[in-house]
Ligand binder design. Structure first.
Ligand code: FAD
Ligand code: 5PR
Length: 384
């Protein structure tokens, strides 16, 4: 797969997509389902997900259902019995989300389920292909110098989007004071001893210093474990994690911490970017390229997938591509803007430590949303 191959189907409308992440692949599948010819450019040498684990709420599950990836995503993922929040190791809330589907999985698992659909639909995916520029008239330029025309260009190239920046779209970028190192380790269920280790547990310590561990079982074998500390705490933000520091704060997690300390990992500061516009001419931005958000509400990937699906649906409407894109942004953006803002507020206030977010209809608005192009119904989860 060295360089793009000539297009076969010249009668179908054509999309060139930058970035084979959750956003780009979801858009590719949803457009293919609607008769588009689609090519995706991935700058990396391999098709793979970055990061560790992920929580997918029902809005995200509904998108997966709409693109045919739901069953694959459900197999090998789990619904933990409870989502628990502890402050100084005292349980403050514990919620089962009865009747509200949610799922935890590795990011690679989610990625594979979408990639499988992209392959099924014959999406042309080109690796080692970096997009360096987009033209609102409907073209992209690759790092190789080649220019490719399209009816629709999609910038799904992540938070550092070149598609976005090449068009000079203004953005407001805010970094939070806290950041996090996310890792996948074995479950260590036996060694952890008595306890409800199948739960998601959000362990917060605010005193004597801010250190938080997010404990997320992703399957029978894998645990997503994330270490949050303020950016100005050199020991807390150190990678690999400082085993002594974290073991002192969370002694009951030592078997998992020992595994975590063996992995390099990366500490990322939480970041929010808000754009002046998501569209210009025939170019649309989706996912982190358009709306990077803090992960407090665990909605970054799900919002990316929702907007990818609704973009494909918008292309079915009458009028020019430019007009449809404007309409799409007007219709879809307010939901994501609200989610982004609420997520940033939760992160910045550290109010997740109170654990009451799940009881808030306002904070759960996005999770409960039925995305444009998705059905409300979901098949029941397989028994674990
Ligand atoms: P990306 O996943 O960044 O994909 C972009 C792709 O484009 C990459 O493959 C990249 O290599 C490629 N690329 C980049 N530049 C170019 C270029 N110029 N040309 C071609 N290809 C290019 N979301 C949730 O829903 N639930 C969670 O639990 C959750 N936890 C999170 C935890 C943290 C700490 C963070 C930071 C985020 C979390 N998110 C979560 C958010 C989620 O990870 C992102 O919102 C999501 O990955 C965005 O997908 P994307 O496809 O837009 O971008
Ligand atoms: N929720 C999830 C998550 O992965 C993170 C956060 C909340 C599922 C961090 O990665 O607030 O940091 C968070």
């Amino acid at each position: 797969m060295n360089g793009p191959t000539p297009r076969e189907n010249r009668s179908a409308p054509h999309a060139e997509i930058a970035g084979a992440g959750f956003a780009g692949l979801t858009a590719a599948v949803a457009l293919s389902q609607r008769g588009w010819s689609v090519r995706v450019h991935e700058k990396g040498p391999k098709l793979r997900a970055f990061g560790a684990g992920i929580v997918v709420w029902q809005n995200g599950l509904r998108v997966l259902n709409a693109i045919g990836a739901y069953e694959a995503a459900m197999a090998g993922s789990v619904t933990p019995p409870f989502y628990e929040t502890r402050l100084h190791n005292e349980t403050v809330t514990k919620h089962a989300f009865e009747g509200e589907p949610w799922r935890t999985m590795t990011r690679q698992h989610l990625y594979n389920s979408i990639l499988e659909q992209a392959r099924l639909y014959g999406v042309d995916i080109v690796v080692n292909s970096e997009v360096i520029r987009a033209d609102p008239a409907g073209a992209i330029t690759l790092a190789s110098g080649e220019t490719l025309q399209a009816d629709l260009v999609v910038g799904a190239d992540g938070v550092g989007s070149k598609v976005r920046d090449s068009m000079g779209i203004a953005l407001d970028r805010r970094k939070s004071r806290d950041g996090i190192t996310r890792l996948l380790v074995p479950r260590h269920k036996e060694e952890l001893g008595a306890g409800e280790w199948d739960n998601v547990i959000d362990f917060w310590n605010l005193e004597p210093r801010v250190l938080r561990i997010l404990y997320v079982p992703c399957s029978e074998e894998q645990l997503y474990i994330a270490f949050m500390a303020p950016q100005d705490d050199p020991e807390g933000s150190q990678v690999p994690i400082n085993l002594d520091l974290w073991s002192d704060a969370f002694p009951f997690l030592v078997p998992a911490l020992r595994s975590a300390a063996k992995i390099d990992g990366r500490y990322d500061r939480y970041e929010t970017t808000v754009l002046e516009t998501w569209t210009r001419g025939r170019v649309a931005l989706i996912g982190d390229a358009a709306h990077a958000m803090t992960p407090a509400l665990a909605q970054g990937a799900s919002c990316a997938m929702m907007n990818a699906l609704s973009l494909a649906v918008a292309m079915e409407g009458p009028g020019s591509v430019e007009d449809r894109l404007e309409e799409w942004e007007q219709r879809e953006r307010p939901m994501t803007d609200r989610c982004q803002q609420r997520s940033a507020e939760l992160t910045n206030s550290r109010n997740l430590a109170k654990g009451d977010w799940w009881a808030s209809d306002v904070l759960l608005e996005t999770a409960r949303h039925v995305p444009t192009g998705a059905a409300a119904e979901l098949a029941p989860a397989p028994s674990r």
